[in-house]
Design a protein around this ligand. Structure first.
Ligand code: PMP
Length: 438
């Protein structure tokens, strides 16, 4: 399909041919491949600044991927780049503590109410993995409840498919994940408290944690329905179960103090990633000291990392959170987000394309559907995926880079100014016309 399109250009195609010889599928993370939008070479990136990203053929795009979330300040933010460069000159990594780790941990615990103590890791996957080990070690229980369509990285125990029915025993979501590893993972339905209650009716005193994305950002973008997060909190309190918010994507994006502040529901443990590292490979797990002290070396639950608290990641994270903490970044993004979402909806209407957006804070999703709101995974799956694919390529050909799959959220940064949004809406006009043409 990609050959019918102007982009990717010849250099991307050539790089992809080479990449496929040396790397499985030619990419280092499947989310970057174009398999979900007709296949072919993805766009290879050369550089990015602000809201704009430039590919190896010199094509420029308004970027709504933002490195899949971290780039809330825009690409190559001068303060972040300077902080990293300064730190790099002092040495890359020491395997001994630095003041930077203390500074970032203090910043996080100042900004996120539920967090007193933080353990730094190297990715969102590690944060989620550590969070469930911590919950299991802390409670002495083994079972975990997760939600179909929520993603927590490629952690074995969380890489689980739901079967049919509102609550299912997990079945491995990938070859290589033994059934024995997921036998303690229960899969419930996002935005459906009844499915969670069913799990607790059967297994209440065996469940260590409920793990949830407070806004689901890996099945397009699905905010929680009223009462859902509150209900999870109540269920956890009634059963001595820990509530884990996976805020790897939503943390510092939905709100300067994370989704938990936006929705007013306090988790026990929070997994962070993406923005917390300002574009460097950083994750973090945080919570009250009483829970976090269960981790080694204070407590018995083992967790470690040669490069954890990496100085460059800490420097980038500090330089990012320091700009977010006073709320000005989110305040600046809000009106742009409204202009963008309203503008997209208006253009879809003009072309008679069934389309809707929904989101929270600085993330949103695009849905090719007649529905006014989508709250469940099966409803996301029922949207018109072919329409998305045509829209995606229409946008790419006209200078807008969206995530190459209908199940990803879109991210807006402080750097998305009027020019970027106008360019996006002009491209959308053509892309919706292509969708309408079928
Ligand atoms: N949790 C959530 C909610 C995520 O969105 C992601 C990544 N998209 C992860 C965990 C895994 O993070 P990473 O890719 O950094 O391992």
């Amino acid at each position: 399909m990609s050959s019918q399109h102007a982009r990717p250009g010849p250099r991307s195609i050539e790089l992809f041919d080479r990449a496929r010889r040396f790397t499985p599928g030619g990419v280092n993370s499947p989310a970057r491949a174009f398999n979900g939008v007709g296949g072919g070479a993805p766009v290879f990136i050369d550089r990015a600044r602000g809201a704009w990203i430039t590919d190896v053929d010199g094509n420029e795009y308004v970027d709504y991927v933002g490195s899949f979330g971290p780039m809330i300040l825009g690409h190559a933010d001068p303060a972040v780049v300077e902080a990293v460069q300064k730190q790099a000159a002092k040495g890359l990594s020491f395997g001994a503590p630095t003041g930077l780790e203390v500074e970032l941990a203090e910043l996080i615990s100042t900004m996120v109410d539920s967090i007193e103590s933080v353990r730094m890791v190297n990715s969102g996957t590690e944060a989620a993995m550590t969070a469930i080990r911590l919950a299991r070690g802390h409670t002495g229980r083994n079972k975990i409840v997760k939600f179909a369509g929520n993603y927590h990285g490629h952690v074995d125990a969380l890489l689980v498919n739901a079967g049919s029915g509102p609550l299912t025993l997990g079945i491995p979501g990938s070859p290589g994940v033994p059934a024995s590893v997921v036998e303690d993972t229960l899969v419930a339905t996002y935005n459906d408290l009844e499915s969670v209650k069913t799990a607790f009716a059967e297994h209440g005193d065996e469940i260590a944690a409920i793990m949830v994305e407070p806004v689901a950002g890996n099945m397009n973008c699905v905010p929680p329905v009223d009462g859902f997060l509150e209900g999870l909190r109540e269920i956890c309190d009634a059963h001595g179960t820990l509530l884990i918010f996976d805020e790897v994507m939503t943390g510092f994006r939905v709100h300067p103090n994370c989704a938990q502040a936006y929705f007013g529901v306090t988790p026990d443990v929070t997994a962070l990633g993406k923005i917390v590292g300002g574009g460097m490979p950083v994750g973090a797990v945080g919570g009250p000291a009483s829970v976090m002290e269960t981790l080694a070396p204070s407590g018995p639950v083992y967790q470690a990392g040669t490069l954890s608290g990496h100085p460059l990641g800490m420097a980038a994270g500090i330089a990012t959170l320091e700009q977010i903490r006073d709320g000005s970044v989110h305040a600046a993004i809000e009106p742009k987000m409204t202009a963008l979402r309203d503008g997209l909806a208006a253009r879809a209407r003009q072309h008679g394309v069934p389309f809707m957006t929904q989101g929270a804070g600085a993330m949103f999703g695009m849905f090719f559907t007649e529905a006014e709101r989508v709250t469940r995974f099966d409803e996301v799956a029922a949207c018109d995926l072919d329409a998305f694919t045509r829209f995606f390529h229409g946008m790419l050909d006209n200078g807008v880079y969206l995530a190459p799959a209908a199940f990803e959220a879109a991210f807006v940064s402080r750097a998305h100014d009027e020019e970027a949004i106008e360019a996006t809406l002009a491209a959308a006009d053509k892309a919706f016309a292509a969708v309408a043409a079928g």
